[in-house]
Ligand binder design. Structure first.
Ligand SMILES: Nc1ncnc2c1ncn2[C@@H]1O[C@H](COP(=O)(O)OP(=O)(O)O)[C@@H](O)[C@H]1O
Ligand SMILES: [Mg+2]
Length: 337
């Protein structure tokens, strides 16, 4: 961890989804309900002003983790401390009116889905300011214009409806709406995935610029490591509900320690640290439903797996300054290599 103070601390967080018809009835009948381990014991911190990337393939639990942090979903276990206070104690349905709510804002994947088609850009940006900060009149108008200027959205577009805007303009409205409340933590779940490639780069540079100018912390979710490299100080690699590697972006990209991270990196053209060879993962991912707790979840797809991996589930261990990985094959901490 850097010298900066901790803004968000996620501690031992799990989210298990009961599967099958009416979980309650099954439980009353004493029937064992299968559990989908979407997020399965996750710990990490985000410092004030720090930008942290969360990467991993589709279905590994990124959005569930985001929904737990933004408190639209209740965790099964664990603490989510924001500025020292455990938000997990506030039920999700009460969080919308909690005093901590304005401090955490979210930018969604698809700006078309997240904007109300009957609201102008001005209304969209004003809505959280009105509802959560109680602003109105001149003060409200000024804050809307300030947020629009910060995302370089021309004032002339404030009167337009979503269908009258381009994808990039809608993305700017979504970002303006999120930063208007001057949050301390901005959570971005694949914010550019729905945009054309040319527009993606422009929006990513806007986000990089906002981060330095406004001093916010970012939790930036993406399945694209290249995007994370541009924006993030630190990277978390998630696999089947768990963080399997965490480290400073520069070091993690140059010296990936977990075989899964190496495979992800090898898919990026021109990536140095992973070597020239593309690592293709064979086999199918383990099911997230009732996974075997005594077995590494990556075994079966791991190019480096060995017999021991079938009888021990690896935990995150220090493998460099601020760098941790969960793999049995890592040399012990402090060892050479
Ligand atoms: N409400 C839910 N009920 C049951 N399973 C869910 C629910 N939401 C997500 N999941 C499951 O949790 C796992 C993680 O999903 P998600 O967090 O959306 O992953 P990602 O964002 O990394 O693609 C998936 O297996 C998904 O099917
Ligand atoms: Mg997702």
């Amino acid at each position: 961890m850097t010298a900066s103070s901790t803004l968000l601390a996620v501690e031992g967080v799990r989210k298990l989804f009961p599967l099958g018809r009416g979980g309650v009835l099954d439980r009353l009948r004493g029937r064992r309900v299968p559990l989908l381990h979407a997020v399965d014991g996750v710990d990490f911190r985000i410092g004030a002003g720090e930008s942290v990337g969360l990467v991993g393939e589709s279905g590994c639990g990124k959005s569930t983790l985001v929904r737990l942090i933004t408190r639209t979903l209740d965790p099964t276990e664990g603490a989510i401390r924001f500025d020292g206070e455990d938000l997990a104690r506030i039920p999700a349905r009460q969080f919308a009116s909690a005093p901590q709510r304005p401090g955490i804002q979210m930018v969604f994947q698809d700006p078309t889905d997240s904007l109300n088609p009957r609201h102008t850009s001005r209304d969209a940006i004003a809505e959280p300011l009105r509802r959560l900060a109680g602003l109105s009149g001149r003060a409200l108008a000024e804050r809307v214009e300030e947020a629009a200027a910060q995302v370089q959205l021309p004032e002339a577009l404030l009167g337009r409806y979503p269908h009258q805007l381009s994808g990039g303009q809608k993305a700017r409205v979504g970002i303006a709406r999120a930063i208007a409340l001057r949050p301390r933590l901005l959570v971005l779940d694949e914010p550019t995935a729905a945009l054309d490639v040319s527009v993606q780069a422009v929006i990513l540079h806007l986000l990089a610029d906002l981060k330095t100018r406004l001093g916010m912390s970012y939790l930036f979710v993406s399945h694209d490591l290249d995007v994370v490299r541009l924006l993030c100080d630190r990277v978390l690699v998630m696999y089947l509900g768990r963080i399997v590697e965490e480290g400073p972006a520069g070091e993690l990209f140059a010296l990936p320690r977990h075989p899964y991270t190496r495979a992800l990196l090898s898919a990026i053209p021109g990536q140095a640290g992973a070597g020239a060879q593309r690592i293709r993962l064979e086999g199918d991912p383990v099911s997230p439903v009732d996974p075997d707790p005594k077995r590494c979840r990556f075994l079966g797809r791991c190019p480096e797996g060995e017999a021991a991996c079938a009888s021990a589930s690896p935990v995150l261990l220090e493998c460099g300054p601020g760098h941790r990985a969960a793999c049995l094959r890592l040399p012990p901490p402090g060892g050479a290599g």
